[in-house]
Design a protein around this ligand. Structure first.
Ligand SMILES: C[S@@+](CC[C@H](N)C(=O)[O-])C[C@H]1O[C@@H](n2cnc3c(N)ncnc32)[C@H](O)[C@@H]1O
Length: 420
């Protein structure tokens, strides 16, 4: 078993410009070129790359850039939207859309959302301008946030919203929680706009908005809990986030996208469990299945539930906390996907299924996994060997986020190159 170790330049990736750059916990943006480089060295005869747990698609993008024929899959709907936009949907027509979207901020809030919402936006503007002048009383802003109504959706509410088609989900569900009041209106307007264009444009608007949401959300690095104003400095940070103009940032990303061309076709992008995706693709010895699964409990569906809601726009039921007799403080959507790779009880079986499937198609498998993950290095290698694979391990050190806490860690990332 060979092993190479290397320290990553921690800042090198920070300004890496891809049109749909996202703030995303678990992103391989920093090491995508290392991953592809190692695969090219170890598996020189491979020409098809299957990014089976694609997330933000950065590794697939690096593979396509290096000439691989690309397949990309992810189980989460928001990720599928990103993958469609990044890799498959034609960008023709985007310039006209960009000029349409520039007019969105001029829409009358009062006539679209009602005078009570317009009054909330006015009050928010006032706090933002006081904050700019360093004259904000943070306790008043906290009272404003706590007094902003958000719904506790009932079955009747959801049914009525599904028939109305009013495009007011974000203002009802998330005002002054994950986003500011004006930002919620902008998100509703963008989602409505997306629904009015042909499918390819719709994917691009939704994907560009999802990418912007990850930077403008009132949280630290993910969307599992929103921040509340609880001191002068935390309020300043919150207002900085809530002052981000989502529409103009979406336009900037669409402008970037408009200069790109699809690198693969729509039928090579999947939104399902990795097993179904692999069975549909029917890979062979010329393919490599790249696997970058969740590393631990709670990954992803809880962290990114608001993104799925923007994408699906389905007025979901929210999870309920019987202890407080109220909606859970994270306002999570019900029925979220919990990955088997995030559960100690099912992670072994999930990896066994992967190797069994790979072996049945005689396909090599490359896995990204961290030393802090649920399964240890040797446990994973043993599963691979059990299905007839040889495993060569590469290593790299990267910083893992402490998710807003002062506990960022240097973590060893493995790349297991499993060959038959
Ligand atoms: C570590 S992230 C991938 C990050 C990605 N490589 C990137 O750089 O953005 C893991 C991904 O696996 C997806 N996932 C979890 N379980 C899955 C399954 N059973 N089948 C397919 N995708 C799954 C999650 O939705 C998540 O996007």
């Amino acid at each position: 078993m060979k092993s190479s170790q290397k320290q990553v330049d921690l800042n090198a990736y920070a300004k890496k410009l891809v049109p749909l750059r996202m703030q995303y916990l678990g992103s391989k943006a920093r090491i995508s070129n290392w991953v592809i480089h190692e695969i090219m060295k170890s598996l020189p005869d491979t020409d098809c790359f299957i990014d089976a747990f694609a997330g933000t698609g950065v590794v697939g993008a690096e593979a396509a850039k290096n000439g691989y024929k690309l397949y990309a899959n992810d189980i989460q709907p928001y990720s599928y939207c990103i993958l469609q936009s990044m890799f498959a949907q034609p960008t023709k027509g985007l310039s006209k859309v960009i000029s349409d979207l520039k007019k969105l901020n001029a829409i009358s809030i009062s006539s679209m959302f009602g005078p009570h919402i317009a009054a909330f936006v006015e009050e928010e503007d006032l706090y933002f301008s006081e904050s700019k002048k360093e004259k904000l009383n943070w306790k008043k802003y906290r009272a404003f946030c706590e007094g902003t109504p958000v719904v506790t959706p009932t079955k009747e509410f959801i049914l009525s919203k599904k028939t109305e088609k009013n495009y007011d989900l974000f203002i009802n569900y998330y005002a002054n929680t994950y986003f500011g009041v004006r930002q919620c209106i902008q998100l509703d307007l963008l989602r409505k706009a997306a629904s009015q264009y042909p499918e390819n444009i719709s994917y691009h608007i939704i994907a560009a908005t999802l990418a912007v949401m990850t930077y403008s959300v009132s949280s630290t690095t993910h969307l599992a809990q929103y921040l509340r104003p609880n001191s002068d400095s935390s309020t300043k940070n919150l207002i900085n986030k809530r002052s981000i103009d989502i529409i103009s940032n979406v336009i900037e990303r669409l402008t970037g996208l408009s200069k790109t061309k699809p690198t693969t076709s729509t039928d090579r992008i999947f939104n399902c469990d990795f097993r179904s995706a692999i069975c549909s693709i029917k890979p062979n010895i010329n393919h490599v299945i790249y696997v970058d699964p969740p590393y631990f409990k709670e990954h992803y569906s809880r962290y990114y539930h608001v993104l799925d809601t923007f994408c699906l726009y389905d007025y979901p039921m929210l999870t309920y906390n019987p202890r407080t007799d109220a909606v859970t403080s994270g306002r999570y959507r019900e029925g979220r996907i919990i990955s088997e790779f995030g559960l100690k009880s099912s992670v072994r079986k999930a990896f066994s299924d992967l190797f069994k499937l790979g072996a049945s198609h005689k396909t090599n498998i490359v896995i990204s996994y961290a030393e802090t993950s649920l399964l240890g290095k040797n446990e994973l290698i043993d599963i691979a060997i059990g299905y007839g694979y040889k495993a060569d391990t590469k290593e790299i050190i990267i910083m893992h986020s402490g998710q807003g806490q002062p506990r960022n860690n240097l973590v060893k990332e493995y790349l297991f190159i499993c060959t038959l």
